[in-house]
Design a protein around this ligand. Structure first.
Ligand code: C5P
Length: 217
């Protein structure tokens, strides 16, 4: 079976960066599962679908013309890599992701991404649902205030408007929705290694996780 490293945790903990660094070091593939839900949210809005209407959203998910190519995310051939990174797209993603039918429709698609020599997958339910047999599971956490502060700095660096109290509130709201949903809620798998990145640089997180990689593989 193709080896998989499953990385889960709330938004803004550095999961994506960690996954990319690990994949580069190991020369493995990556799966940014959040991008799938973000693309679905965007596609739903473009089709004028209500984000709480599970039937049409599930049909859309089952036939989503999504493709990851050269670090780009394509929807129906269009590069939507930037369009899916807004706070609004994140909120829409978290709403469409709460539907059980949607998640079921995307399950096999995600599992097919596990190809040799290995896969580093990040999201909310990589270790608990999608790759529940993964030999290494990491749960990356950080306080909402620290995550909002990181996001604030990222936005400012890009010259974009940012409001720190609103970012904290948005993060808390998205966390609450992701943790409380009935299907595949955000939680650490029982056999996950917990890493709190609140007081760690990404390099420190990477080194910590590399220790686990050497222990397991
Ligand atoms: O990780 P990212 O912030 O891009 O994910 C956006 C949203 O997609 C999350 O807030 C979550 O609701 C949803 N998601 C999910 N399961 C995953 C990955 C993301 O429900 N495996």
């Amino acid at each position: 079976m193709t080896p998989v490293i499953a990385i889960d945790g709330p938004s803004g903990t550095g999961k994506g960066t960690l996954a990319a660094l690990l994949a580069e070091r190991l020369a493995w593939h990556t799966l940014d599962s959040g991008a799938i839900y973000r693309v679905l949210g965007l596609a739903a809005q473009r089709h004028g679908l209500a984000l709480d209407d599970s039937g049409p959203l599930t049909s859309l998910a089952a036939a989503l013309p999504l493709c990851f190519k050269d670090r780009k995310v394509l929807l129906d051939g269009e590069d939507v890599s930037n369009a899916i990174r807004t706070e609004e797209a994140g909120a829409a993603a978290s709403q469409v992701a709460a539907h059980p039918g949607v998640r079921a429709a995307l399950l096999e698609w995600q599992r097919r991404m596990a190809r040799p020599p290995g896969l580093v997958a990040d999201g909310r339910d990589m270790g608990t649902v999608v790759f529940s047999q993964a030999p290494l599971k990491i749960f990356l956490d950080a306080s909402p205030e620290i995550r909002a502060d990181r996001r604030y700095k990222q936005l400012k660096e890009k010259g974009l408007d940012a409001n720190l109290p609103k970012l904290v509130a948005d993060i808390r709201e998205r966390d609450a929705r992701d943790r409380s949903r009935a299907v595949a809620p955000l939680r650490a798998a029982e056999d996950a290694v917990l890493v709190d990145s609140s007081q760690m640089s990404i390099a420190e997180v990477f080194d910590r996780v590399l220790e686990e990689v050497r222990r397991v593989f």
